[in-house]
Design a protein around this ligand. Structure first.
Ligand code: SAH
Length: 253
């Protein structure tokens, strides 16, 4: 679906913006870049700012008119900071645009069109569009850098795609530390009990001190490694290292 989403940049002045837009696209899983009459392309600056997305720049197609760039598209969404008096359907929120674009991209290409750094899109170019979208921003100054506008809208497209049930997107999660077995946790609890008792820490046997400490450790959900660290600490705190054969066999795994 993302492969049917095309980014079109019209007469970009700074080649660096082309590279930065390519990077914005690739980070969001988009690959198809079409350039309408870029001032300077190919250009080292474009490749430099693309960083790991140089392939998107290398594969970019250069065409001579916006009509040509979007001829095969079923939906063409012009990104504009300012509303012009054209009666085009307008998305006030980028996420609404993304839902619609993704829906249409199920069957045919959809284009998002970005204008020139200085002057945006002409009225004639907006006429080539079926829809318009604006990124809501500061009313006193809401004009984004071209590649940043690409980044925001590309992010919304990616978000609309990845939250679909059939996207198969895999979220990166921190690797979970292995939790201790119940047996290992029991060994720790007994060890803690012994140290508390031997050290004279438990002066009032009926107080709930031990219970509270055990609850604290249970709540902390220590990993196997952390539990083993705690047991090392308990051993070091013991008055004399016990030559306890039972403990030696427990093993922390
Ligand atoms: N001076 C131009 C702004 C050009 S910024 C103008 O007034 O139109 C370059 C391009 O970035 C714009 O053509 C548009 O495609 C995109 N862009 C910048 N800010 C945007 C915003 N707030 N919403 C949607 N697109 C925006």
């Amino acid at each position: 679906m993302l492969s049917r989403l095309r980014i079109v940049l019209v007469q970009t002045f700074h080649p660096g913006n082309i590279g930065a837009a390519a990077r914005a696209m690739k980070t969001m899983g988009l690959a198809e870049l079409v350039l309408v009459n870029p001032r300077a392309f190919p250009d080292d600056e474009a490749t430099r700012l693309a960083a790991g997305a140089a392939d998107v720049v290398d594969n970019a197609r250069v065409v001579e008119s916006l009509d040509e760039a979007v001829a095969d598209c079923v939906q063409v969404i012009g990104a504009s900071a300012r509303l012009r008096s054209l009666p085009l359907p307008h998305f006030d929120e980028p996420d609404a645009m993304a839902q619609s674009a993704l829906h249409n991209a199920q069957s045919a290409p959809v284009a998002l069109v970005f204008g020139r750094e200085r002057s945006g899109l002409t009225t004639a170019e907006i006429r080539c569009c079926t829809h318009q979208v604006s990124i809501p921003a500061n009313p006193d100054y809401g004009i984004l850098n071209l590649s940043q506008a690409v980044q925001i809208l590309a992010y919304e497209l990616h978000r609309a795609w990845r939250t679909r049930e059939d996207s198969g997107f895999i979220y990166q999660t921190p690797t979970q530390a292995t939790p201790p077995t119940r047996e290992q946790f029991g060994h720790f609890q007994r060890h803690l009990h012994e140290v508390m008792e031997k050290s004279g820490f438990l002066t009032q046997p009926h107080a709930r001190t031990e219970e509270q400490l055990q609850a604290l450790f249970a709540r902390a959900e220590p990993s196997r490694r952390e539990l083993s660290l705690l047991r090392g600490l308990l051993s070091a705190l013991e008055p004399e290292s016990p030559d306890d054969p039972e403990r030696a066999n427990e093993g922390d795994g």
